[in-house]
Ligand binder design. Structure first.
Ligand code: PLP
Length: 400
């Protein structure tokens, strides 16, 4: 009881809903009351490719001396060269160099390093809503304020709303975070909207440069393989792409990611030095060494991918079932999240009450308020398919 009180008092608002539901799931599983249908945390259910484990064994077997020592804080040069070549080819940026790449402790590490490098106390970080709830804490870490910006009915970018938010106080608008494909909506910001955004940003007369952080850990989890995920790299000079292999390779616990500074960025060299410094001073010093060295042996190699179709199938099945119950759910395009709007008859009670009723049916979801948009639920569909059936049955019981 005391521990619960302390958690309530100290953590209160600050503890994330997602984590809270995850812990609740752990408790429910331990109570012996039957299976728990846990859709709360985006924890990939698929294992990394077999090639990944083979590459680790090979790397450790053949390694020269000194491979477990401190390294350049931005990561091994040969790994950054490999990433620079790969990203340069992907986005048509032949000028991309190893010094534009910094290996990071996941995408979360990269975003924190960038915030630390770029923002001053009181700066505003604009984010289309709904948004990954951890952004709020990342901003708070560095004295910045997160400013949610509305999106359209299918969660598409609203360029006018972004421009209006910047114009509210141009001097403090420092960063725009674009998370595409999006957690929690699964939306991809299409090329036309990125073009419109770049043109609108170029037309603003801002007192300080505005940076775009493009957070893309779901870019290789598109549901239709022919779908492209366009980037602001090549469209807006002050862009930094952030990604990780937490989701596409199922390596969330291994903490391997990186950031890529646009070769056209203002003070490109200086920003590289700043992120290298901050990668050291925030406490992690460098990205995990072994994971760095394994990446070039896995990425783009035969057998180096996880077949993530199951996530798309889960999303499609759940979305169809929810629509039958009166939820509004645009077709998700990528990733493994759904963000359905509550049916009319449940809106007055709200999504926190619905979350509670679902919990009583041993089904865990996260209320939309945690992502800046109430009236919705966030469902993580990176689960084994029977969990989808169990959760859908629970929805049918509580939404009747
Ligand atoms: N950005 C988004 C949108 C995410 O959904 C997540 C993880 O859920 C992260 C960043 C953090 O990713 P990582 O585990 O690679 O740090």
């Amino acid at each position: 009881v005391l521990a619960t009180r302390i958690a309530d008092c100290i953590l209160g608002q600050h503890e994330s809903w997602t984590r809270r539901m995850f812990e609740l799931g752990r408790k429910l599983r331990a109570d012996g009351g039957g299976p728990v249908w846990d859709l709360s945390l985006g924890n990939p259910s698929l294992e990394p490719p077999a090639l990944w484990a083979e590459a680790i064994v090979e790397t450790l077997r053949d390694e020269p001396v000194g491979m477990h020592r401190y390294m350049t804080n931005s990561g091994y040069l040969e790994v950054r060269e490999f990433i620079a070549r790969r990203e340069g080819a992907r986005y048509g940026l032949p000028g991309l160099e190893a010094t534009d790449v910094t290996m990071t402790v996941g995408a979360a590490g990269a975003i924190n390093v960038l915030l630390k490098s770029i923002v001053d106390e009181g700066d505003r970080v604009l984010v289309p809503a709904p948004f990954f709830s951890e952004y709020e804490h990342y901003c708070a870490n560095h004295g910045a304020t997160l400013v949610p910006v509305p999106t359209g009915p299918a969660f598409e970018l609203d360029v006018d709303a972004i421009v209006a938010a910047i114009r509210e106080d141009p001097g403090s608008a420092r960063i725009l975070v674009l998370n595409s494909p999006n957690n929690p909506t699964g939306a991809i910001y299409d090329a036309a909207s990125l073009d419109r955004l770049a043109a609108a940003l170029a037309g603003l007369d801002l007192p300080r440069p505005l940076w775009v952080i493009e957070d893309s850990p779901y870019r290789d989890l598109v549901h239709d393989p022919s779908t492209e995920v366009p980037s602001m790299l090549g469209r807006w000079p002050n862009t930094v792409l952030v990604t990780s292999h937490s989701k596409d390779l199922g390596l969330a616990g291994e903490r391997i990611g990186y950031l890529v500074i646009s070769p056209e960025a203002l003070g490109r060299e200086l920003l590289h030095r700043a992120v290298t410094f901050c990668n050291r001073t925030l406490g992690f010093v460098n990205a995990p060494a072994l994971m760095q060295r394994v990446l070039p042996k896995v990425l783009d190699q035969p057998g180096g991918r996880v077949d993530v179709r199951v996530y798309a199938d889960n999303c499609a099945k759940m979305a169809a079932g929810l629509r039958e119950l009166g939820f509004e759910q645009p077709a998700p395009q990528a990733g493994f999240f759904l963000f359905p709007r509550l049916p009319v008859h449940l809106r007055e009670a709200g999504e926190v009450a619905l979350t509670d009723r679902l919990r009583q049916q041993r089904t865990l979801v996260v209320p939309g308020v945690a992502f800046g948009v109430p009236g919705h639920l966030r469902l993580a569909m990176c689960v084994d398919p029977p969990v989808v059936d169990g959760a859908l049955n629970a929805f049918r019981v509580v939404c009747a």
